[in-house]
Design a binder for this molecule. Structure first.
Ligand code: NAD
Length: 324
């Protein structure tokens, strides 16, 4: 089994590669894992940790928008797990162009290459944000896409293209839509690592608006295992929801982090709300549980405590990213 992982130097991609090569994904025994990553500000080789020296790993420094390079890299792989993306909503509000080119055009380059080379399966890793905000209940996978940010709009466009390649060309695709993911090696621009590293450094925590926005938290190991199951038992053309099962307002999340550090609310600095800020995300995971046998396993409090410990013990990984 030869697996191409795009974005394999980023947060979820590197966790997936580490899990593949350390045997944590017990049902997958890859002969080769190729990482295709352009190493933007969000990707580092250090995130691959101990598996960097694994002889089954090959790292290609390249851009998913480079169709010739993508074509040459895709050749010889049985499956593509596509995670490469511009992923930060705030950056997409400041400037949408790289989101459209990487997330949409890059996905199209990969889909074309998969088609040309007869790749067995294309797993497109997407997000709950494509549906936009939901006041009550949870989105089923059949819900219409109604994204709010340039980030989520670019992901929605990529999802639709992926499904179109299945319907038009018969390409074997599956899509996962994951909830807000947390764990080690996440860039300190995202809320949990940002708040944890600020607490470690004695800095204030910038809390958006009234702090009432609700996010559903999913541990990165559970997210990765959902990707594996979608790859192995998912139905071609299907969308699988990977919900975390722990819905918290940003205020609740902040309170838990303050408690973990023995800090008070005086450490919090309210800031103007994000433009177009979705109030609540929620995924209905019924079909994923039934068809893939997947459910999140990491208890949020335990996962958060371990994540805090990881940032405490790995300052050399995140310090340069904070300073940049
Ligand atoms: P990340 O920003 O940590 O990593 C993205 C990786 O893609 C980086 O290594 C970066 O160098 C690489 N990359 C960016 N542009 C590229 C390009 N043009 N060519 C090649 N490589 C490029 O992101 P993440 O949080 O690990 O997210 C991975 C995927 O999962 C994304 O597609 C994202 O939309 C999706 N997702 C993330 C979350 C989350 O909470 N983090 C939740 C659901 C879905």
């Amino acid at each position: 089994m030869r697996i191409l992982v795009t974005g394999g130097a980023g947060f979820i991609g590197s966790a997936y590669v580490r899990r593949l090569l350390t045997g944590a994904e017990t049902t997958l025994r890859p002969d080769r894992v190729t990482v295709l990553d352009s190493f933007t500000y969000a990707g580092t080789e250090d995130s691959l940790g101990t598996v960097r020296e694994d002889p089954r790993l090959r790292v290609v420094r390249g851009d998913v928008r480079d169709a010739d390079l993508v074509d040459a890299t895709v050749a010889g792989h049985d499956v593509i797990v596509h995670l490469a993306a511009e992923s930060h909503v705030d950056r997409s509000i400041a400037g949408a162009a790289p989101f459209v080119t990487t997330n949409v055009v890059g996905t199209q380059a990969l889909l074309d290459a998969a088609l040309r080379h007869g790749t067995g399966r294309f797993v497109h890793v997407s997000t709950d944000e494509v549906y936009g905000s939901i006041d009550h209940g949870a989105w089923p996978p059949s819900a219409p896409l109604d994204p709010s940010s340039p980030y989520s709009a670019s992901k929605a466009a990529a999802d639709l293209l992926t499904l179109a390649y299945h319907r038009t060309h018969g390409l074997d695709v599956v899509i996962t839509r994951g909830a807000n993911t947390y764990g080690p090696y996440q860039h300190p621009e995202k809320v949990i690592p940002r708040f944890v590293t600020n607490l470690l450094d004695g800095r204030a925590l910038p809390l958006y608006g009234d702090g009432g926005n609700v996010r559903d938290w999913l541990h990165v190991d559970d997210h990765c295992h959902g990707i594996t199951l979608a790859h192995q038992v998912g139905r071609a053309g299907a969308v699988y929801h990977l919900g975390g099962g722990t819905a918290l307002t940003n205020r609740d999340l902040t309170g838990r982090l303050l408690t973990a550090f023995g800090a008070g609310w005086d450490r919090v600095r309210p800031v103007a709300d994000r433009k177009g800020h979705d109030r609540r995300y929620a995924l209905d995971t019924t079909t994923t549980r039934r068809d893939l046998g997947w459910a999140p396993t990491v208890d949020f409090d335990a996962g958060l405590a371990a994540t805090i410990d990881w940032y405490r013990d790995n300052r050399s990984w995140w310090r340069p990213l904070v300073e940049a």
